[in-house]
Design a protein around this ligand. Structure first.
Ligand SMILES: N[C@@H](CCC(=O)N[C@@H](CS)C(=O)NCC(=O)O)C(=O)O
Length: 217
């Protein structure tokens, strides 16, 4: 069985949990601490030398790190319920949207970045909070206009780009969940909130939510 090194609050692991659930792939959660100081984190470096979560122990000697690489692996290994489909333009649109979250948003608000701002740069809480919210709005503004524009041009649909979830939804939902946890004002993003609500009616998304994980406290 696949084993996922995960933490309930990890945005990147959240993406992978949604994809595994959506594709109906069974997996075992290996609960892994986000805190580098803890002993189990040190042994986790043998699994993922970067020490970042998630990692997927996929096959005998194959451990995959980096959520986008894991998501691509799952897409190729379990193509039956695809997360990237449609014509070549739609597939490009889905990938491009997903990268706003994966490449341009999450890395700036990652724990190690926020801790570096605090510990090495001496940035106080209110300024770190400003940083955090700034990068969320820098993502959600364009995401909202992309989704609203697509909804205007096509028949109204529930998910990011159609009537079935895609990689775009898999990457959007954890960012919204994170923003909600930190009570970021999302009132300027009605389409994002509508898509989020639609996703959260699905069991695959509910079972991946940070609040429903075995290590949720
Ligand atoms: N690009 C990586 C990012 C992985 C990552 O940064 N994971 C976070 C949790 S979402 C982590 O382990 N953070 C620990 C830290 O920043 O010290 C991916 O997509 O998998």
């Amino acid at each position: 069985m696949l084993q996922l090194f995960t933490h309930h609050r990890s945005v990147s692991a959240h993406r992978v949990r949604i994809a595994l659930n959506y594709k109906g792939v069974s997996y075992k959660s290996i609960l892994t601490d986000l805190d580098h100081a803890r002993g189990d984190r040190l042994s986790y470096l043998n699994v993922n030398p970067q020490g970042l979560i998630p990692a997927l122990w996929a096959e005998n000697d194959l451990v995959i790190s980096q959520s986008s690489a894991i998501l691509e692996y799952l897409e190729e290994r379990y193509p039956e319920r695809p997360l990237i489909q449609g014509d070549i333009a739609e597939r490009a649109r889905i990938r491009s949207f997903a990268q706003i979250a994966i490449a341009d948003t999450h890395p700036l608000n990652n724990l190690r970045v926020l801790r570096y701002l605090r510990d090495a740069m001496g940035v106080p809480y209110d300024k770190r909070r400003e940083w955090f919210e700034h990068w969320i709005h820098k993502a959600f503004g364009p995401m909202e206009s992309i989704l609203a524009g697509h909804a205007r041009e096509h028949d109204a649909h529930s998910y990011c780009f159609g009537e079935r979830p895609s990689l775009a939804d898999v990457c959007l939902v954890p960012q919204v969940s994170l923003a909600e946890r930190y009570q970021v004002d999302l009132s300027d993003y009605p389409t994002i909130r509508r898509v989020y609500r639609a996703c959260m009616t699905m069991a695959a998304f509910q079972a991946a939510d940070p609040d429903t994980q075995p290590d949720t406290r």
